[in-house]
Design a protein around this ligand. Structure first.
Ligand code: IPM
Ligand code: MG
Length: 372
């Protein structure tokens, strides 16, 4: 298959982790005889530095011409500490989501058996957790009207949703639930917010079209607690933009590191794949950023094109790296010398030689001589 992939590394650790995802995609192309071409473009703080804009038109064009977009991370502490900044890196990502119509953001949360002890939560609580979060991505408070009074003392952000915005992602979430444990939980704040009540009304209307899916409702405050106490109860979670942002980051505690959580963003025409973590500026260029979320985002990119064997080989390689603890320091208490690129090298090697022994992999990647 020929794929033209737009690569937007962005800021902070973005370039390092995306370099590993590209390395892995190149290994897949080689192994399975595909032709993947990569076109890099600027976004976020690095785009502001070079062009004055967080989302240059050229970047939009590159993305629209591509079959898919691979996105790293954006943000920079210098903007975080300045509430008066008019131009912000995040506008690049939000602008891109809007411009490409990426309304459905899908975030899998899987408790990997081999690293259950890396979570701050108890093993028995998190074991077998497998959740798919459907986060609405182009509506709600992120994109509603904002005001700031002239005297600077009053501000507002509006959370607005339309029927169309709710319906299109709801159908996707119901369909996903049909292929899984057939349970869909709508997370909202319908006891307070009118927009949440609209979500409930529309979901109730749609539900009869999916009679084999069991529909549940949960308030966001309760869901924030239940996700930690009993994450196994969830199958597919459907929620609006900001609740999904917060809940998915909370869910990373179950998995053990936010550096493991990948995502896919779909619209009617375009698709983008990105780790859920941010730019983590203070870790940039130190080789300590976990590339697995980006590598798993690349696997989701392959899923999107029906390249199932390819995606599953990446996931097997990731499982192996977790099993052998060929992982960055966020997850590693055994070895202290495993860098971002070393994890990428390991996964690349596994793709090239999946039949290698565990011992061989460990020796090679710890820089020791191979015994076998
Ligand atoms: C995410 C991020 C973004 C969001 C930021 C960087 C704008 O936190 O993708 O989860 O809030 O959507
Ligand atoms: Mg977030």
């Amino acid at each position: 298959m020929k794929l033209n992939i737009a690569v937007l590394p962005g800021d902070g650790i973005g370039p390092e982790v995306i370099a590993q995802a590209v390395k892995v995609l190149k290994a897949i192309a080689m192994e399975f005889d595909h032709v993947f071409t990569f076109n890099t473009a600027l976004v976020g703080a690095s785009a502001i530095d070079k062009t004055g804009k967080p989302l240059p038109q050229e970047t939009i064009n590159t993305c629209k011409k591509a079959d898919a977009v691979l996105f790293g991370a954006i943000g920079n502490t210098k903007y975080d500490i300045d509430p008066n900044a008019k131009v912000r890196p995040e506008q690049g990502l939000l602008g891109l989501r809007k411009e490409l119509g990426l309304y459905a953001n899908i975030r899998p949360v899987i408790a990997y058996e081999d690293i259950l002890n890396k979570s701050s939560l108890k093993k028995k609580q998190i074991k077998d957790t497998n959740i798919l979060i459907y986060r609405e991505l182009t509506g709600g408070i992120y994109f509603g009207k904002r005001t700031l009074s002239e005297d600077g003392n009053t501000a507002s952000d509006t959370c607005e949703y339309s029927r169309l915005e709710i319906e299109r992602i709801a159908h996707l979430a119901f369909k996903a639930a049909q292929t899984r444990k057939r349970k869909l939980t709508l997370v909202d704040k319908a006891n307070v917010l009118e927009s949440s009540r609209l979500w409930r009304r529309i979901i109730q209307e749609i539900a009869p079209q999916y009679p084999n899916v069991k529909l549940h409702y949960m308030y966001i405050d309760n869901a924030a607690m239940e996700l930690i106490i009993n994450p196994r109860q969830f199958d597919v979670i459907l929620t609006e933009n900001m609740f999904g942002d917060i809940l998915s980051e909370e869910a990373s505690v179950i998995v053990g590191s936010i550096g493991l959580l990948a995502s896919a963003s779909h619209g009617d025409k375009y698709a983008m794949f990105e780790p859920i973590h941010g730019a983590y500026t203070k870790a940039a260029n130190k080789g300590i950023a976990n590339p697995i979320a980006s590598i798993l985002s690349a696997a989701m990119l392959l899923d999107h094109f029906g390249l199932d064997d390819e995606a599953s080989l990446i996931r097997k390689a990731v499982d192996k790296s977790l099993k052998l603890q060929i992982t960055t320091p966020d997850l590693n208490t055994k070895y202290d010398n495993i860098s971002t690129s070393k994890v990428g090298d390991f996964i690349e090697d596994y793709i090239n030689n999946p039949e290698e022994t565990n011992l061989n992999f460990t020796n090679i990647h710890l820089g020791q001589s191979t015994i076998i």
